[in-house]
Design a protein around this ligand. Structure first.
Ligand code: T46
Length: 135
């Protein structure tokens, strides 16, 4: 199954500032096996350009902003991540590209699996074939 959606995290703010708590099982629709973050992205850089076979992820720009281009093989959509309480959940065969990183962007990603290069499809035509086989 291929899907993506935005998740709103509750901000627990008080006079000292803000705090967001993300708890596996409650706020994230999978068990978190890995966390990685992308930061210090150079001006003009675009990343991603791949799909995953099985991985589920939630991406959060905890600081700054960046744009995800999501493609399910039929249509493309751009989603701007620009708030620490906004998570982008991506599941299954979705081609993704990331661009327009602000210089201060820290993109945190929560993942359902350990790192596995065999789960990546890095060729767009191969991705389209997989989408066809899947439907
Ligand atoms: C994704 C988007 C949103 C590791 O060794 N372990 C890891 O957990 C990850 C994610 C990467 N790496 C190595 C593999 C490469 O040598 O770090 C290097 C950069 O990875 P990559 O070119 O895949 O990074 P992005 O920004 O194109 O994609 C990443 C994730 O790989 C991918 O799963 O969905 O962020």
């Amino acid at each position: 199954m291929a899907d993506y959606k935005l998740i709103d995290f509750q901000i627990k703010g008080d006079e000292r500032g803000s705090l967001i708590a993300i708890e596996g099982g409650y706020d994230i629709p999978f068990d978190i096996k890995r966390v990685y973050y992308i930061f210090d992205t150079k001006k003009g850089v675009e990343r991603g350009f791949h799909a995953h076979l099985n991985l589920k992820q939630v991406c959060i720009a905890v600081k700054g902003s960046c744009t995800f281009v999501l493609d399910d093989g039929k249509r493309r959509e751009e989603i701007r991540l620009d708030r620490p309480n906004k998570g982008l959940f991506i599941e299954g065969l979705i081609w993704r590209e990331m661009k327009d990183f602000s210089p201060d962007c820290v993109l945190v990603v929560l993942a359902s699996e350990h790192y596995d290069e065999n789960d990546y499809i890095r060729d767009y035509n191969k991705f389209l074939k997989e989408v066809k086989n899947d439907s």
